[in-house]
Design a protein around this ligand. Structure first.
Ligand SMILES: *Cc1c(COP(=O)(O)O)cnc(C)c1O
Length: 420
């Protein structure tokens, strides 16, 4: 398999390129040091030290104690494990609170919990993607076991005030989890300042391979393993350690701290230039999500009167990778649940594209995208029945689409009230 043409990668919130330094760090553990870290003989045991070194590196990234770091297979497993443990350890409590804009790892686990007789509150968000903390506070019940709010949203980059939320949870005796998968390398993470009980990361979002994640479990937090097996991870997660991936994660954690500055200056400037260019040169475009309380690398933009899927197809033909919604929901025709929760009409949500940049993006990448995008949008609008300037625009009933959307929203609210 080989790459036939250059790619222009603007989908770093979906996954990231494995850093060459990370590949170098992990290869010896595939080629030579392939022993089992639990083995007693030296060939295995020597590997153990490298796993523990990686644990220190990952702990350093979030200012945790290495003993508070449990390696998992992915961000999804970390999130699921936190929910599972919080409910298992509080058998009298059957309620969890999360938000309507979480990753599918939380959205769908919540649905699964509901089927199993638990109550789940999905907190709504405001039009800029922010949470109403008073509503969060009011939603906490005597039987609430866990509050889980992501630290930053993968679709819009909107940042949530986790320290405040965790303080609120503490004052009410409720466990607090945050999905911080999008944050390393973009914002500083300090679990002591945040005050959460659980925090999830996934290595493939920070230039390490897919299939390795971690769950931070605050010291003295009672924990029920999700994978039950051997005594790996101090009895908190069964299964032989994915040694090469763990070593890779450790190296990537170091790099993420080293590139924080670049991400917040150079990458942020690239993102801003891209966004400003789009908003200034293409009419009927809007930014989705709060302008400032946002990750430095993410731009989510609605292009009215076009379908994002069509935009992405034409970009793909030019080697440009971007996405609509999250990679995990691509292929479904439903508009993004995140943008819908922010109150975007379905047609605007369906015309929204996420560009997420990273440390490997260059000025030339942004120049290329800035040059290619406007004619693509123009071309699609010229043939779009959604376009009010188009002679066939009566084929699409905008008033009906709005009414449908409002009805959906009302139904959603009702479900919310039932859950609260
Ligand atoms: C990617 C992502 C996940 C899932 O991580 P996996 O390692 O792919 O399971 C969870 N939450 C957020 C916010 C993400 O962006």
């Amino acid at each position: 398999m080989s790459l036939s043409k250059p790619i222009y990668y603007f989908d770093n919130n979906a996954t990231t390129r494995v850093a060459p330094e990370v590949v170098d760090a992990m290869l010896p553990f595939l080629r030579e040091f392939w022993g089992n870290p639990s083995s007693a003989y030296a060939f295995g045991a020597q590997v153990h030290g490298h796993v523990e070194r990686a644990r220190e590196q990952v702990a350093g990234l979030i200012h945790a104690d290495p003993k508070e770091v449990v390696f998992t297979s992915c961000g999804t497993e970390s999130n699921n494990s936190a929910f599972n443990s919080a409910l298992y350890m509080n058998p009298g409590k059957k309620h969890v609170i999360t938000t309507a804009v979480e990753h599918s790892a939380n959205m769908n686990f919540g649905e699964y919990l509901q089927k199993r007789g638990h109550d789940v509150t999905y907190l709504p968000v405001e039009s800029d993607g922010q949470l109403d903390l008073h509503l969060l506070e009011k939603s906490i019940r005597p039987d609430t076991a866990l509050v889980s709010v992501m630290m930053a949203n993968n679709e819009t980059g909107v940042i949530f005030p986790i320290a405040e939320i965790a303080a609120l949870c503490r004052s009410r005796g409720v466990l607090c989890h945050t999905d911080a998968v999008q944050v390393p390398g973009k914002l500083r993470i300090d679990v002591k300042e945040l005050g959460v009980d659980f925090l999830s990361l996934s290595a493939h979002k920070l230039h390490a391979p897919k299939g390795i994640g971690m769950l931070y479990i605050k010291r003295r937090t009672r924990f029920q393993p999700y994978l039950i097996g051997g005594h790996q991870e101090r009895g908190r997660r069964g299964g032989t350690e994915s040694v090469a991936n763990i070593v890779a994660f450790g190296r990537a954690a170091e790099l993420a701290q080293a590139t924080l500055e670049d991400e917040n200056t150079r990458v942020r400037a690239l993102r801003d230039r891209l966004e400003q260019h789009i908003l200034a040169t293409i009419p009927n475009t809007v930014r989705n999500g709060h302008r400032d309380l946002r990750l430095p690398n993410t731009a989510n933009i609605a292009f009215d009167f076009v379908e994002a899927e069509a935009v992405l197809l034409l970009l793909d033909q030019l080697g440009i990778c971007a996405s609509s919604g999250s990679a995990c929901t691509t292929g479904s025709l439903d508009p993004s649940h995140v943008l819908t929760a922010m109150g975007l009409p379905p047609m605007r949500a369906r015309g929204s594209v996420r560009f997420s940049l990273g440390i490997y993006n260059t000025d030339a990448d942004v120049d290329y995208l800035c040059a290619k995008l406007p004619p693509i949008i123009q071309r699609l609008r010229d043939i779009s029945p959604l376009n009010p300037d188009h002679p066939d625009n009566d084929k699409y009933d905008i008033a009906k689409a709005r009414a449908d959307h409002e009805r959906e929203q009302a139904a959603e609210k009702e479900r919310e009230v039932v859950a609260v």
